[in-house]
Design a protein around this ligand. Structure first.
Ligand SMILES: CC(C)(COP(=O)(O)OP(=O)(O)OC[C@H]1O[C@@H](n2cnc3c(N)ncnc32)[C@H](O)[C@@H]1OP(=O)(O)O)[C@@H](O)C(=O)NCCC(=O)NCCS
Length: 239
């Protein structure tokens, strides 16, 4: 999947529907840091361990391509709010998300903030939950949609908001209702009061019908362009 937008690609996105073989997870683990391997061992469920290991493996592979540092040698640690940082380096910016069989990672050198989020498109969101993260205008927009489109649209709004809050590094400590979106020519536009902050760009990234993937980027020099690919683990066959 490739999505040029008339500019040189500034943001690399990798999406991965990773393998369900435990042998593969153990191999990916070799590219992780001792801290990450320790965290992987604490998961009660294989499903959660696989998702964590796959996410960190994908992120390390992507960062390695961008920086030239081997995946296992990258020094990554979370800040006080959980946002991963590369020790001693402000660039490239990067972000990671996991959702039920899919991991998504984004890396970019030429932007100030970057956030990615993914969710299953068929996630059921109850009306009370919609009220807890949508602004009044967003709720009106959802209510006017045909019922068959409303569920996916509610997931898209959630995913866009989370990508933005991850780009800022605050996550859900910030009220998602404070990050509101409208749509212009099918593209999400963040509305801040009556103004629009033109440094911020948001996109729903085409993936599969099963997942919704959203990207938030803050760039002083306009929209950097996106290259999206489906990651293939070429490090070794699964058997
Ligand atoms: C950011 C947050 C919304 C992610 O929620 P989620 O749906 O569970 O997870 P996602 O799959 O979307 O993303 C997971 C990744 O987000 C990243 N992340 C975690 N906290 C983050 C933050 N504050 N900002 C940006 N990214 C963050 C991590 O890389 C994480 O990957 P990991 O599990 O391999 O460490 C949620 O963790 C949050 O609100 N955190 C902030 C609250 C806080 O301060 N908690 C204390 C943590 S020490």
């Amino acid at each position: 999947m490739h999505q040029p937008e008339n500019q040189p690609a500034g943001i690399e996105i990798a999406l991965w529907q990773y393998s369900k073989h435990e042998g593969d997870w153990n191999r990916w683990m070799q590219s992780l840091s001792p801290d990450e391997r320790e965290r992987a061992a604490t998961y009660l469920f294989d499903r959660d361990r696989a998702s964590f290991v796959a996410g960190r493996y994908l992120l390390r592979r992507l960062l390695s391509m961008e920086t030239g540092t081997p995946p296992a040698k990258l020094l990554l640690s979370p800040d006080n709010h959980g946002k991963l940082r590369r020790e001693g380096h402000e660039r490239p910016q990067f972000s990671l998300a996991n959702a039920d069989g899919l991991v998504a990672a984004a890396v970019a050198s030429g932007c100030d903030h970057l956030g990615i989020d993914c969710e299953r498109a068929d996630t059921e969101i109850e009306a009370a939950a919609v009220d807890s993260y949508c602004s009044a205008d967003e709720r009106r927009w959802l209510a006017e949609l045909p019922a068959s489109e409303r569920g996916r649209a509610a997931v898209a709004l959630w995913t866009l908001k989370e990508s933005h809050l991850k780009a800022l590094g605050v996550g859900l400590r910030e009220d998602p209702r404070n990050v509101a979106f409208s749509w212009k020519d099918g593209i999400p536009v963040m509305v801040d009061g009556s103004d629009r902050d033109r440094r911020w760009h948001h996109r729903l990234v085409e993936s599969s019908s099963q997942h919704v993937v959203a990207l938030a980027v803050c760039s002083q020099t306009g929209f950097p362009g996106i290259s999206t690919r489906l990651f293939q683990d070429d490090s070794m066959p699964s058997e």
